[in-house]
Design a protein around this ligand. Sequence first.
Ligand code: 87F
Length: 529
Amino acid sequence: MSTEMKGDELQNGLKPKPKKESAKKVPKEKKEVAPTGKEVKKETKLGMTIKKNDNFGDWYSEVVVKSGMIEYYDVSGCYILRPWSYAIWEILKDFFDAEIKKIGIQNSYFPLFVSEQALTKEKDHIEGFAPEVAWVTKSGNTDLEVPIAIRPTSETVMYPVFAKWIRGHRDLPLRLNQWCNVVRWEFKHPTPFIRSREFLWQEGHTAFATKKEADVEVETVLELYRRIYEDYLAVPVVKGIKSEVEKFAGGLYTTTVEAFIPNTGRGIQGATSHCLGQNFSKMFEIHFEDEKGERALVWQNSWAFTTRVIGVMVMIHGDDKGLVLPPRVATVQVVVIPVPYKNVDSSVMLDACHEVSQKLESAGLRVKEDTRDNYPPGWKYSDWELKGVPLRIEIGPKDIENKQVRMVRRDNFEKEDVPLDNVAERAVALLDEIQASLFKKAKEERDLCIKEVLKWDDFIMALNDKKMVLAPWCDDVEVEEDVKKRTKGDTGAAKTLCMPFEQPDLPEGTLCFASGKPAKRWALWGRSY
Ligand code: 87F
């Protein structure tokens, strides 16, 4: 697949936080002559200027803009997802959509707007979230008779009709999903993908006759979320269950995949799969007549992943040269670049590039031939490095002579000359290696960030060392609240990220690191996004 791209695409990178106009001189474009003899533009400052380890926040803003993923917008907390990032969303969407259909979940679409009456029906659920709900109050200059909310999530939109559609056990299970946008008027500092006021997600809402069926689905969906992170985005996650404090308040229990950003020392909730129990079916009166003819409440689940996944991937793999895309989510997996040379007919290189990219496409790869004649090869290399393309192929006169191409990996910059006969096979293998190696590296680094402790002092030391902490815990709500209080500082309080499904041994008599009471399980703690 080759995508059309204009040569000036990268010049649109707006600065994250526009500074006031100053007397500073804007660097002028320099003109240079390419080996083809054509005059070429040579822009300055198109590449990365901030190092990941120097200023992580600014590095992130720079990389999402300059790679062409994000364009800033004049409504705070809202961002434009450009094709370079939206394509990643589509790949993940295609995967997840196909998987949920395999297990009998159907897509549907419910309205964006929620009436006040529906939204406030379930008071306990909405209470804590109320400040984040955005309302439409006018049409033109006229006040609406009753303001209408914009969905922050769709429980209150969908469950009233669940009550209508579900009558008997034959109407169950009812398993619906929708791909849509939601709006949450957050007041915390917004960050592209990670925390935005409007975001894209899928939300699954299902109803069953038995808790057992609901439990199975919660786990099945969580495994799909793990696969999105680990198999596609090459981001390691910890699967687990949320504490009472951290679970979705309206539900019975919440399972989660948790990622970790080593640069900030913060955990980040990757996606959640909730069992709602019968809490919502009580509230919305979703009954059915069971096989014995008795009236019963349905068991419900809900689950979601959002465009946040893209931000986590950028933070984990990106480097000082820009984005690093795992091959399975890269729109362009291989870029093929001709390397023209003085006094050599460049059509030979162009033909070879075309031949190679066709071979790669036939092998099922997503390929881009960069034949732009107004940029020299070195400029193109940096450009595609900035955009994170996993594999680059260069073809110059020497390569033609030797019937070979040069392959360069984005993840470690290793170079390799590959015989022309072998390009497709080798490219496929290298992309697999890159995918595996990105995950391995991220997992090794993540594992170094998990510290097992038994005592409070060691807990504090590990936290201050930007680590996650695995500690034996009594699982008391008051103790978690107390830990939050005791760790409150400039960088935010520590909380439980989850209680991992995979638990280390907990010998009899082990005490809680925070309360000294008998420990019930190991919990993973950390500061978080
Ligand atoms: C913000 C405003 C209003 C989160 C909110 O996780 C309501 C809410 O209910 C709210 N922020 N939540 C929790 C969402 C829970 C649940 N919804 C369906 C999910 C998965 C998808």
